[in-house]
Ligand binder design. Structure first.
Ligand code: NAD
Length: 363
């Protein structure tokens, strides 16, 4: 029986539409070669939506997202909209989308493909076979806590205030996502905070420990201070499987982990909320206005984001595996967009990279 899915595709600005055109090729290939049916809603976000609707995310677009199994986004932003009011800037559309979809867990894999091992700044023997998943809490912590602001103290001094605050339900729900994912991978979770100097970190550690004992004691759990985690990511990254951490530490640790892999054009991400709601899948990179429209963009981060959608929102792990191993094959065959070009390889355009991937899927 044909399985049916609804996807919302938001190509966005800059290189977003070019990369998304290659995702469409993969969707078409799945339609034609597997018993899968996709209903696609395509719409604008970011600057493209501002030009069309006067806002960076229209209500009708949001409705389509809510009615989908997954939302695949390209990228937003660019110099054309630099002077638009802050609340109508392209980035505001993306922030609204994340908030309205209730996405509290951000997943950032750091995967080193053998063929790109030299792109890492670390030694090949340190990053070989690296496969880490960072789960970052996305809607709480110091970026949202109250009180916040800058106070004038009246004596020529000012005070900047942000509040780090977490409640048990926020820690438990992101912890649950991390433990669940670990069960499908290496079955190990490192939970990172600063319980030594922060009460919110102490609560984080206690709540994660209680959740582990109650629901996930088959998964290996280790606690680690976030500063030590930063150090260990550089010293011995292959000790990690899943890392779960708060919004602030996750922001920093996920960028550090991502750069172990060396290339922005290869990095996908997923943001998840409650299990029965749609997830949002997008590459880590931005709209790259410097290369937009020139056929130079690497579409693999967006294609790998789509593979994450298949795995996490559509429960199609076999198809996700097939796409990921096709990416591996293309890289092993030496086909490279300019950002990952190396000696002895063949430079290909965005569209040629998509075609090469389809060819690899067919084999
Ligand atoms: P960027 O990620 O767009 O580009 C940084 C550099 O990496 C550029 O030199 C670019 O050419 C290159 N690059 C990025 N993705 C690539 C790919 N797939 N293939 C080949 N090369 C790639 O970051 P930036 O230049 O700081 O920002 C540009 C715009 O994107 C800004 O308007 C920014 O606000 C926006 N932005 C959006 C997102 C998002 O949509 N989630 C994220 C970051 C930045």
């Amino acid at each position: 029986m044909t399985k049916k899915y609804t996807l919302t595709i938001l190509p966005g600005d800059g290189i977003g539409p070019e990369a998304m055109a290659e995702v469409r090729k993969v969707i078409d290939w799945l339609k034609n070669n597997k018993a899968l049916s996709f209903t696609l809603h395509e719409d604008d976000i970011g600057g493209a939506a501002y030009d069309r609707y006067g806002v960076p995310l229209a209500d009708e677009t949001l409705e389509k997202c809510h009615a989908s199994d997954a939302v695949i986004m390209g990228s937003v932003g660019g110099p054309k909209w630099d002077n638009v009011d802050y609340d109508k800037r392209p980035e505001a559309g993306l922030l609204r989308l994340r908030k309205e979809m209730g996405l509290f867990a951000n997943l950032r894999p750091a995967l080193v493909f053998d063929a790109l091992i030299d792109a890492s700044t670390l030694k090949p023997e340190i990053v070989k076979g690296l496969d880490i998943l960072i789960v970052r809490e996305l809607t709480g912590g110091v970026y949202f806590g109250e009180p916040r602001g800058i106070e004038d103290l009246g004596n020529g001094q000012r005070r900047g205030i942000n509040t780090q605050v977490y409640e048990t339900y926020e820690i438990e729900r992101v912890g649950r996502v991390a433990f669940d994912l670990a069960r499908k991978r290496g079955n190990k979770v490192h939970s990172c905070e600063k319980a030594n100097v922060m009460e919110s970190g102490k609560l984080w550690r206690e709540d994660i420990t209680a959740l582990h004992q109650a629901e996930f004691n088959d998964v290996t759990l280790e606690h680690m201070y976030a500063d030590n985690c930063a150090m260990q990511l550089l010293r011995n990254p292959s000790q990690f499987d899943v890392i779960v951490t708060d919004n602030l530490f996750g922001d920093i640790l996920s960028d550090a982990a991502a750069m172990l892999t060396g290339s922005l054009g290869m990095l996908p991400s997923a943001s998840l909320g409650e299990a029965d709601k749609a997830g949002l899948y997008e590459p880590v990179h931005g709209s790259a206005p410097d290369i937009a429209g020139q056929g130079k963009a690497n579409p693999l981060a967006t294609i790998l984001s789509f593979a994450m959608a298949l795995r996490y929102s559509l429960d199609l792990s076999n198809e996700a595996d097939a796409i990921e191993s096709a990416v591996q094959d293309v890289l092993n065959n030496g086909q490279r967009t300019p950002d990952i070009m190396a000696d002895g390889c063949t430079e290909v355009s965005t569209a040629q990279m998509g075609d090469a991937l389809i060819k690899a899927l067919e084999q």
